[in-house]
Design a protein around this ligand. Structure first.
Ligand code: RNT
Ligand code: ZN
Length: 416
């Protein structure tokens, strides 16, 4: 069967389920995913300070070809984006500052250190998001940053957060799209704390100090990211889910939900509608934990599909971002696989026979709801996905990997 008739047959199948496939494709092209920069270089950044990554983050694998310089990272990211349908965003961390060989500590970074990122983003027509880096630094080695008992350490990190918000605001202004600056800190304890109260009180006041400078919502949004545990913080995490849900709701800022930050059987899909009424918005850190917060490359799992259904339903106040790092496979492919999986999941969510499902549920016909959910699994999503790739000018499933292989041969394999 020719591609056009496969496409129109698929549309007819969706129409029979009460779904307009063209409407779904149009809606899909409006989703801008915040693609994380740190897949390209194993969360190393460009400070060259030789500090261990720390903070409970662990990148495993030694696949050759990691980006070693900002230019290489930009080149690899642009390559990955050429394989990802749609126009997306790029999420930077503070450690990706370019200081031209000068030692500039984290409390002193400024927009000028990101000037090349801004012009690159402008050139390729994308917006930027930002993250302060509270790990891989000697003042984070004790496992505490904003909640540290020592005022000097705490102040250093407060200044870092302030500097990052100004950089985020600059991204938003220069690229005419509000930048989300997402705060995640590793603070916690390996073993049972004697005093949970002190560190949590300190975190509240550090965050308040960090966020004190008013910034225009048209260019900047604050966001905080909770976690249940990390390597080295198994017994206690200061910025837990309850802590930040409360904080984000009291201060009317955004909450980040990371798929790997909860108990292994606890998903984030259900949390979206529960948290959204209380906070300024939700940033999703789409990740894939395997047995723990392992940050595996995102794939089209049932968990991901659920996140997409709920995230799409939340509308514009819910933003999709990626957060994973795998150094055991080709990094450009890892970017493409994860981002494409998320976009596939959003497409599937947009194509779900929601009206019929909700009608069955509100009529109390739970038999029909379950039967319909099962039939919907077999709808021809793949045909629509190929059409979306074609319309977006990116290679389809059978072709994208060959592009990566070519890039690996001509570029990545030449790196020492
Ligand atoms: C860590 C958080 C955080 C980081 C990045 C590098 O557990 O998920 O989002 O992964 O900031
Ligand atoms: Zn995260």
């Amino acid at each position: 069967m020719s591609a056009p008739s496969r496409f129109s047959d698929a549309c007819a199948e969706f129409a029979a389920m009460g779904v307009d496939a063209e409407v779904a494709l149009r809606a899909l092209s409006k989703f801008a995913i915040s693609i994380h920069c740190w897949q390209g270089d194993d969360v190393r950044g460009f400070e060259n300070a030789c500090e261990a990554i720390g903070g409970g983050l662990a990148v495993t694998g030694s696949y050759p070809g990691a980006a070693r310089t900002p230019d290489e990272l930009r080149k690899d990211a642009a390559k990955a984006m050429s394989l990802i349908p749609g126009r997306h965003r790029f999420s930077l961390h503070a450690i990706y500052a370019e200081t031209d060989g000068k030692k500039v500590d984290r409390d002193a970074i400024a927009p000028v250190h990101f000037a090349r990122w801004i012009s690159w983003a402008r050139e390729i027509g994308i917006a930027l998001d930002f993250n302060p880096t509270f790990f891989a630094h000697k003042l984070a080695s004790g496992g505490m940053t904003l909640a540290h008992a020592d005022t000097t350490v705490r102040d250093f990190w407060i200044h870092h957060a302030k500097a990052c918000r100004r950089i985020g605001a600059c991204f938003g202004r220069e690229l005419a799209s509000p930048c989300i600056t997402n705060v995640w800190i590793p603070d916690g304890m390996k073993d049972s704390p004697a005093d949970r109260w002190g560190s949590r009180e300190r975190l509240v006041s550090s965050l308040d100090a960090a966020f004190a400078e008013p910034l225009d919502r048209a260019i900047h949004r604050d966001c905080v990211e909770p976690k249940l545990f990390g390597i080295g913080s198994e017994s206690y995490v200061v910025g837990s889910h309850e802590f930040y849900l409360g904080y984000a709701s009291a201060r009317k800022i955004m909450l980040c939900l990371d798929a790997g930050h909860y108990h292994p059987t606890e998903g984030i899909a259900d949390k979206i509608s529960a948290a959204l009424p209380w906070v300024d918005g939700i940033l999703l850190h789409v990740s894939r934990g395997v047995r723990w917060d392992s940050d595996h490359v995102v794939t089209l799992t049932d968990d991901l599909r659920e996140i997409a259904v709920e995230g799409v339903r939340g509308g514009e106040r819910v933003r999709f971002g990626l957060d994973y790092f795998d150094a055991s496979i080709n990094r450009v492919a890892a970017w493409a696989i994860g981002a494409r999986a998320l976009i596939k999941a959003i497409l599937i969510a947009l194509l779900s026979p929601r009206t019929r499902l909700i009608a069955a549920e509100s009529a109390g016909d739970l038999t029909e709801r379950l039967a319909l959910q099962e039939s919907a699994r077999l709808l021809p999503f793949g045909v629509l996905w190929e059409e979306h790739c074609r319309r977006s000018g990116v290679p389809g499933e059978a072709a994208w990997l060959a592009e990566v292989r070519r890039y690996e041969r001509d570029e990545l394999s030449r790196r020492g």
